[in-house]
Design a binder for this molecule. Structure first.
Ligand code: FAD
Ligand code: NAI
Length: 324
């Protein structure tokens, strides 16, 4: 029997790749137009823009080995941006020797590589689940997607909760996972400028409505024009979750003027609201979750401390734990 994986982000892809290597038949479903999830660059007429994940680091031996393979294959490259910090004492350089990586030519490249020839159905939002004690039936807009012996959910916590709502009374463990909020939002704004802005490629911002700024052209493979990507902090993003795009862009321009100390004239702007972006600091880490009685596994960054590396590790851990 086939295993269904909902979610073609890095966690679902890592899980799918491991299970395929173990000889299992896998089908992956994603509501997006293509694989990648939050690790996706946006394709524009001027080139790729990174609105979600900006780079990733590798601290575990397992993920370092995976990154080494991707580097060899050209799936990722090193990103050695010149770094700065903006904090209570202003803007100042903050170089370090951390190895940081980005997908090539776009952030989703590692996810695409992991999925390889695995059966992937995009534009397919799974919105209903049925479990008869042995098999899972999946549905999208009333259409049956098939019958599966095991189900893996590799989607953000709040979206998993919605799908699994009917099963919560059967499983106190599931109810516990969904009791507290795991992922906080992030507003992202990309601003195109006429002139180069600052002598840095990226800025960590502390104690401010913004949390991060990055120059797209400083990243290999991305848009060459002068585009700056701004991420608002979780606190600002939560407080302004339902604000209009005009308000968010206006705030972004004000913030960029404040940090750069220069007047800003935006040529174009692009705004994206990530409802489920960054792990809440107090949410407990469990790696991945497997519930044999329900033939159900859960993986994703939200179970493992956020970040690309932790999402990958969560998918790999779940593949090892699935009892088949
Ligand atoms: P996702 O990437 O969210 O994948 C889940 C997939 O499930 C998505 O493709 C979605 O379309 C699909 N899906 C959801 N519901 C359904 C459904 N019902 N049916 C079908 N498909 C469904 N991490 C870093 O390490 N470095 C960074 O610099 C960094 N910056 C970030 C900046 C932003 C703005 C954001 C949003 C995230 C950032 N992250 C960063 C976090 C990183 O992107 C995530 O930790 C990681 O990509 C999560 O992978 P995942 O597979 O767990 O989930
Ligand atoms: P990392 O080790 O580069 O950064 C971790 C944190 O250390 C940074 O957030 C920053 O506060 C600090 N830091 C690192 N280098 C610094 C420097 N040179 N100067 C000053 N401060 C520095 O990367 P890691 O641990 O892999 O984390 C990934 C990044 O992704 C983090 O920056 C994190 O905040 C960001 N992220 C953003 C999300 C969002 O929604 N905006 C979601 C998930 C992750």
């Amino acid at each position: 029997m086939t295993i269904a994986i909902i979610g073609a982000g890095i966690a679902g892809a890592a899980c799918a790749a491991r299970l395929t290597r173990q000889g299992h038949q896998i089908v992956v479903f994603d509501k997006g137009r293509s694989a990648g999830g939050r690790m996706s660059s946006k394709r524009t007429e001027q080139g790729y823009l990174d609105l979600g994940a900006q780079y990733f680091t590798a601290r575990s031996e397992a993920f370092q080995a995976q990154c080494h393979q991707w580097l060899q294959a050209g799936t990722i490259s090193r990103w050695n941006g010149s770094l700065a910090v903006f904090d209570d004492s202003g803007l100042h350089p903050s170089p370090d020797d951390t190895e940081r990586y980005i997908g090539q030519p776009a952030m989703q490249a590692p996810v695409v590589q992991l999925l390889g020839n695995i059966s992937l159905h995009c534009n397919c939002p799974v919105d209903q689940l049925q479990f008869d004690g042995n098999h899972w039936q999946l549905f999208s807009k009333g259409i049956a997607l098939g019958s599966f012996s095991q189900l893996v959910l590799a989607i953000p916590q709040q979206q998993a909760r919605q799908l699994l709502q009917p099963f919560l009374p059967q499983s106190p463990k599931l109810a516990t996972l969904f009791a507290a909020t795991a992922l906080l939002p992030c507003w992202a704004v990309n601003i195109q400028l006429e002139q180069p802005l600052l002598p840095y490629d990226a800025i960590f911002v502390k104690n401010h409505p913004l949390s991060w700024l990055a120059r797209q052209a400083a990243k290999p493979g991305r848009c060459r024009a002068e585009h700056w990507l701004l991420h608002f902090s979780p606190a600002f993003s939560a407080q302004h979750l339902e604000a209009s795009i005009d308000v968010i862009v206006e705030q972004a321009v004000i913030a960029l003027q404040h940090i750069s100390g220069q007047p800003i004239k935006a040529v174009t702007t692009l705004c994206h609201r990530w409802r489920y972006a960054q792990q809440a600091p107090q949410y407990p880490v469990s790696g991945a979750v497997y519930l044999p009685a329900l033939a159900l596994g859960l993986a994703g960054d939200w179970l493992n401390g956020g970040r690309v590396e932790n999402a990958w590790l969560s998918g790999v851990q779940l593949a090892q734990e699935l009892v088949l």
